[in-house]
Design a protein around this ligand. Structure first.
Ligand code: BTN
Length: 252
């Protein structure tokens, strides 16, 4: 456990599991009174990514963890997702000075490749929401360790810095940053989150972007990340659309 007398964080470290998010979800009943809780697994046999994709989760290569915490039902969940992204970006920036960018809603990019992803799953329990924030960070992969389909799009800290990165130091910073940014959200200081997002945003105003939701794709130019956590995109017709979910890409 880490924390202080009022705010302990329980930590569970597994050698293996299917998915840290799924493990927490299936054990939530027993764990509900013991939050916040951090689950780390050395590997995942069924790591899950956004949009029902797999998350490549080999032993000794990446960091796979989920943080379960209770949050007020009034929390803006779009901002929660941005907060997690800001916390991961800040963590990687303590280890390397490379420019890590946040690609809305919460992919972490460096050199135009993805280095970390976040899968937030929330469960409503009366007035409270139990948030399971799953984070995967590529730490020690060599380029050829990634499956062929990911090779051109993924990168690891080792490929960025040239050196192996120990998971302990990353976990320490990450937990501290997650609590810092979730605390900022809880205090209602949304402008601090938005400032951090706009400083590290992958897209600049006017950039050609596409956003995909299911099979539907909208193309246009990036306008802004809105104060409520949505993204606005201007179509060629001049119509501005706002999205709260989806996968963004540069439109090339
Ligand atoms: C994404 O597609 O960008 C989200 C990836 C999230 C991966 C992490 S690894 C720990 C946690 N457990 C999972 O099964 N997924 C998340």
């Amino acid at each position: 456990m880490i924390g202080n007398e009022n705010n302990w964080l329980r930590i569970i470290h597994l050698d293996t599991c299917d998915s840290t998010n799924d493990y927490l979800k299936s054990h939530l009943r027993e764990m509900r009174d013991r939050l916040p809780l951090l689950l780390i697994s050395d590997e995942q046999t069924k790591g899950r990514g956004q949009r029902n994709r797999d998350w490549f989760s080999k032993r000794d290569q990446g960091l796979y963890l989920s943080l379960a915490l209770g949050i007020s039902g009034k929390t803006n969940l779009n901002l929660l997702s941005l907060c997690a992204g800001v916390a991961v970006r800040e963590t990687l920036n303590t280890i390397s000075r490379q420019e890590f960018k946040l690609k809305w809603p919460n992919d972490i990019m460096v050199r135009n490749k993805k280095i970390a992803g976040i899968l937030i799953e929330n469960m409503v329990q009366g007035e409270e929401i139990i948030c399971i924030c799953g984070i995967g960070i590529n730490l020690n992969h060599e380029k050829d360790d990634f499956p062929a389909a990911l090779r051109g799009r993924s990168i690891s800290m080792k490929m960025v810095t040239g050196n192996p990165t120990g998971s302990h130091i990353v976990i320490q910073h990450l937990v501290r940053n997650c609590f810092k940014w979730f605390g900022i959200l809880e205090k209602g200081e949304e402008s601090r989150i938005l400032n951090s997002v706009s400083r590290s945003n992958y897209f600049m105003r006017g950039d050609p972007v596409s956003i995909q939701i299911g099979n539907g794709k909208t193309e246009g130019s990036f306008v802004e990340i809105r104060p409520d956590g949505g993204i606005s995109i201007e179509k060629d017709t001049g119509e501005v659309l706002i999205f709260y979910t989806g996968e963004t890409q540069f439109k090339y």
